[in-house]
Design a protein around this ligand. Structure first.
Ligand SMILES: Cc1ncc(C[n+]2csc(CCOP(=O)(O)OP(=O)(O)O)c2C)c(N)n1
Ligand SMILES: [Mg+2]
Length: 695
């Protein structure tokens, strides 16, 4: 009888237990003990005619002792008797297939989850990944879903998730997700299976001319090894340059600004053995991010500007908050400068992004509001504007910058220059923004001789802003809804909200001060309605300590619903909160504000939800328990309060369950519940004056 999997530790050597059982039953059948032993060893370390590169590599990496124990158990012999049989089988050099080498590299670089939606060309890679200890292979149930889930898994730690996607239809289908990952600066590796080298030129159905270069334009970087490998077929000579490119891909994905990288793998290069173990083992060494060296000249000039500024003003974009230690670094920097801090808010799309709190940085004032006279005054009175990790500080979002000296601290030159406010006289320090802040703060501190600061310190808002803009039932609904969410999220240690909810996100954004300070928020910077579901699922699977809530719109839900298959399949602990407001309210609001007769004054069925879709029934069909809560201001204040209590309790229960759950919020259609939430007014002059496309 074959011992159990745990007992034998077969997974550590990339062996499937059923295979090991067969080895005992078939290969162990000989009466001759030595023959039996030799055939067991052979069956364990080879696959058909060739050596099993993955198992051989794992034996090299983990040492032979465990394998000796395993063989001894299977052959029912003492360990010392199996040593020489193993030595005989293992003394030669060996080659790995492309699939085996990539799987080993992913594991060595701490990829923990691989989401795949494979075709024939990727099956060998999927199998090698499935066999690799430390990596979990998950069927992503879709192309863009696999990309988004790999992104979600890499949200906090780049490259924790990877995707395997099929060329060409798989990658073309996933293209939107790739572009969105780049916008949101999520670093992960996407391996794309390609046609075999011999057939690539004939463009079989799973090829497109220039596929990787073309879709690669939406990624941070891409590489197609077809030309390298086609020269001589996949051969040992090509192993080093091939793995160097793969190392480069992983390095780029983990270098700020992060982004997805695409790496092609022709089917024959995946399946055939051609990479010498020595070359592969060298490529397993740790990879360091490739951050720009600090520019000493820019930094010295920047420091001088800071020292001589009387009234510096700090403007951050939420990308800064993606650094795990952004808050203390910014607090010390703002304090050394006695500078007020405002946060830019991109208002023309999915609208909930992570925001700083005055509890983290006492000089924090709030979201920058173009129409707020106090903020205008701050800008006008400042003598130096310091922007940090700017991505969206262009005129339509921010309003025109006053003519002040500027210092930009940014991980990307390109991302700040495109916003057109830096002149030749301004300073740009490119590099890791948090490290730059730290170095500047260190040097500011001892100087003590900084120019005098703001007269009459600007005071940050310490209380949640009162909702003055709307009627009292609508204000009560907003407060109860945000309050219930805040209550449930405030009770857990690592709450993370993935927002894909347009109007609901906008509503929460207005109520941000109620949310617990430990809350981390991820909103799609690419504005991909429908990305949230898969992203949250990947995140929850990769970060078991986090408590993940995903807010999504009803139409966002419909666009991402495929992701629920994986949520249910994997039991991903995510609470999906669907805002059912009857339609695409953000679009209705936009259309009717431009022309009140549009879509028959909002009555046309085009923008409404599909009347046949039942969100609860859908969730349940995917194996996810679901509840609905009705919010109707016409039923009076007591009803709204009741809905708030019900939401807080349902959420607490869902978060504690560590299972996927769905909560549908039945919310009012367009009306004062949503007044002021989707930015349509107030920016129109800028829209005319500076007609840049919204990002
Ligand atoms: C992938 C993608 N397709 C289309 C759009 C355009 N779009 C913007 S808002 C929206 C509708 C959102 O409706 P819903 O999810 O119900 O949110 P609500 O506006 O009602 O809050 C669409 C389709 C988009 N942003 N992303
Ligand atoms: Mg909606």
């Amino acid at each position: 009888v074959c011992p159990s999997a745990d007992d034998l530790n077969t997974a550590a050597y990339g062996l499937y237990l059923s295979n090991v059982r067969r080895v005992v039953d078939d290969d162990g059948a000989s009466d001759d003990a030595h023959e039996r032993l030799a055939s067991i060893v052979h069956a364990l370390v080879s696959r058909g005619q060739r050596e099993d590169g993955l198992t051989r590599a794992l034996i090299e990496l983990r040492g032979r002792e465990g394998m000796e124990r395993l063989v001894a158990r299977l052959a029912s012999m003492p360990e010392r008797q199996v040593v020489s049989a193993l030595d005989d089988a293992l003394h030669r050099d060996f080659l790995l297939t492309g699939a085996e080498a990539i799987a080993l590299l992913l594991a060595a670089h701490r990829v923990a989850l691989v989401f795949a939606y494979a075709g024939t060309s990727e099956l060998a890679l999927c199998d090698a990944v499935a066999r690799s200890p430390g990596i979990e292979l998950v069927n992503g149930r879709g192309d863009k879903e696999s990309a988004f889930m790999a992104g979600g898994a890499s949200l906090l730690r780049p490259c924790t998730g990877a995707a395997i996607i099929h060329a060409a239809r798989g990658l073309t289908n996933a293209c939107g997700a790739i572009a969105d990952l780049r916008r949101s600066e999520i670093g992960n590796l996407v391996v794309v299976g390609l046609p075999s080298l011999a057939s690539a030129q004939f463009l079989p159905p799973h090829a497109e001319p220039g596929l990787l270069v073309t879709i690669g334009k939406f990624a941070k970087w891409s590489y197609d090894p077809t030309a390298l490998l086609a020269a001589s077929g996949p051969s040992p000579d090509a192993a080093e340059p091939f793995l160097a490119k793969l190392g480069h891909a992983l390095r780029l994905a983990t270098t700020r600004p992060y982004g997805p990288v695409l790496f092609g793998l022709p089917q024959d290069a995946a399946e055939q053995p051609w990479l010498p173990w020595k070359v592969v083992s060298d490529a397993l060494a740790p990879i360091e991010p490739d951050e720009a060296d600090c520019d000493a000249v820019a930094e010295a000039t920047g420091l001088e500007r800071l020292r001589t500024s009387h009234r510096p003003l700090i403007l951050i974009d939420d990308y800064l908050l993606k650094y795990p230690d952004a808050r203390p670094a910014l607090r010390d920097f703002a304090s050394a400068l006695s500078a007020p801090v405002l946060q830019l808010r991109y208002t023309r799309g999915a609208m909930l992004f992570e925001r700083l709190s005055w509890k983290d940085v006492p000089q924090f004032i709030g979201w920058y509001e173009q129409g707020d006279p106090a903020h205008q005054r701050l800008l006008a009175e400042s003598d130096l504007i310091v922007t940090i990790e700017d991505r969206n500080m262009y005129a339509r979002v921010l309003g025109p910058f006053p003519e002040r000296r500027k210092l930009a601290i940014n991980s990307s030159e390109e991302k700040v220059r495109k916003n057109l406010y830096l002149t030749d006289d301004d300073v740009l320090i490119v590099g890791n923004a948090v490290e730059t802040l730290r170095r500047l703060t260190e040097q500011l501190r001892p100087a003590g001789d900084r120019a005098a600061s703001w007269a009459g310190e600007p005071t940050p808002a310490e209380e949640p802003a009162i909702d003055e803009a709307v009627s009292s039932p609508a204000a009560a609904l907003r407060a109860e809804l945000a309050g219930a969410l805040a209550l449930a999220l405030g009770e857990v240690e690592r709450p993370i909200l993935v927002d894909d909810s347009q109007m609901l996100g906008g509503l929460l954004c207005e109520q941000y001060d109620r949310l617990p300070v430990q809350l981390r928020v991820h909103g799609s910077h690419g504005g991909f309605v429908g990305s949230g579901l898969a992203t949250a699922t990947g995140l929850a699977l990769a970060e078991p300590d986090a408590v993940v809530v995903c807010t999504l719109g009803d139409q966002g839900f419909t666009n991402g619903v495929q992701g629920l298959a994986v949520a249910g399949q994997e039991g991903a602990p995510v609470t999906y909160v669907v805002c059912n407001n009857g339609g695409a309210i953000s679009l209705e609001k936009q259309a009717c504000s431009d022309d009140e007769r549009a879509f028959d004054g909002g009555r046309h069925r085009y923008l409404g939800n599909a009347p046949n879709v039942d969100y609860l029934a859908l969730a349940e069909a995917f194996g996810i328990a679901a509840t609905s809560i009705r919010w109707s201001p016409e039923d009076g204040a007591a009803a709204i309060e009741r809905a708030g209590r019900e939401l807080a309790e349902t959420l607490a229960d869902a978060l504690a369950s560590r299972e996927p759950r769905l909560i549908e919020l039945q919310l009012p259609p367009l009306g004062d519940t949503w007044d002021g939430v989707w930015a349509i007014a107030g920016r129109e002059p800028a829209k005319v004056a500076n007609p840049q496309p919204a990002s």
